[in-house]
Ligand binder design. Structure first.
Ligand SMILES: [Zn+2]
Length: 302
């Protein structure tokens, strides 16, 4: 982990230099990012720099995904992610490093514990793969730089929330409040949003759902919305600013109504709103600016 960080971080910091990505991937990267072969001396010679960098980011993402697996298992149960070490839930045997390589170990072990053959759920490699794809996808969208780090952390947190909310209707404070702190901290990074915008977004996000929850409770005479959703939208606001919080809430409610209300109506399952708020936040992060521009010029006409 540390060795990958030591490669990635200097590149991220200097990612605004021009021309890091020449070669077959240059068309995929945002213009103006990168400089002559910063990575080429580090990684396999002869491999185009874009592909090598994507590989590094994919491995880094898979390792983040491996840690995310620990978080989504332990935080909802109120357990520490540091201690005890990862162990088999069947026989309690600690998992050695070679059985803990993201995706690869699960495939080599054919999805079973080495000591007791208890099945290891396919969710583990799936989350690792998903996180690797998120980070590589974001790199192709943003190139290397602070924006990739910020969006990567944001999307990883959103994935964690979507998993715990879908599985147990729970949004651990470590994701929402921990993410809120990270979002405010990352607002100090160059090229992103201002700290003022992050704070306003967090306050507005919290207030929007707090008021909605209070009004809903008055109308329905029962709790209408979990406190986890409220803290989550505060976190989303810290990453996306006030307009981003509003758009995420709107899109999340829209997608949630279309997808889940018919299901909820039949099975009487409550809506895991955090899942849809996460979807809304992802759309906003990637295409929010364009959506708002389209709304302003094409629909409102100014
Ligand atoms: Zn076992």
């Amino acid at each position: 982990m540390t060795s990958f960080l030591s490669i990635l971080l200097p590149v991220m910091v200097s990612g605004r230099l021009s021309g890091l990505f020449r070669g077959p991937f240059s068309g995929l990267m945002s213009p103006g990012i990168g400089s002559a072969g910063l990575l080429s001396g580090v990684l396999v010679p002869g491999v185009p720099v874009g592909i090598a960098a994507l590989g590094v980011v994919a491995v880094f993402g898979a390792m983040i995904g491996s840690f995310l697996n620990v978080c989504v298992c332990r935080w909802p149960a109120g357990e520490s992610v540091v201690r005890p070490r990862s162990h088999c839930r069947g026989c309690q045997t600690p998992i050695s490093w070679r059985d803990n390589i993201p995706v690869v170990s699960w495939l080599l072990l054919a999805g079973r514990c080495r000591s007791c053959s208890t099945p290891i759920p396919a969710r583990y490699p799936a989350v690792e793969l998903a996180t690797a794809l998120i980070w590589t996808g974001l790199m192709m969208h943003y190139g290397l730089g602070w924006r990739l780090l910020t969006a990567g952390i944001f999307f990883t947190i959103l994935l964690g929330i979507a998993i715990t909310d879908a599985a147990a209707y729970l949004i651990p404070d470590e994701f929402s409040l921990g993410g809120l702190a990270l979002g405010l901290l990352l607002a100090f990074a160059p090229g992103g949003m201002t700290i003022r915008s992050a704070v306003t977004g967090a306050v507005l996000g919290f207030s929007l759902l707090y008021v909605t929850a209070a009004a809903g409770e008055k109308l329905l005479k029962k709790p209408a919305m979990g406190g986890g959703d409220i803290k989550m939208l505060a976190m989303v606001g810290a990453f996306l600013g006030p307009w981003g919080a509003v758009l995420s809430l709107f899109l999340g409610s829209l997608v949630g109504s279309i997808v889940f209300l018919p299901v909820s109506f039949r099975s009487r399952r409550p809506v895991p709103f955090g899942v849809f708020l996460a979807v809304g936040a992802v759309i906003t992060e990637l295409w929010g600016a364009g959506l708002m521009e389209w709304y302003r010029t094409d629909l409102l006409g100014f």
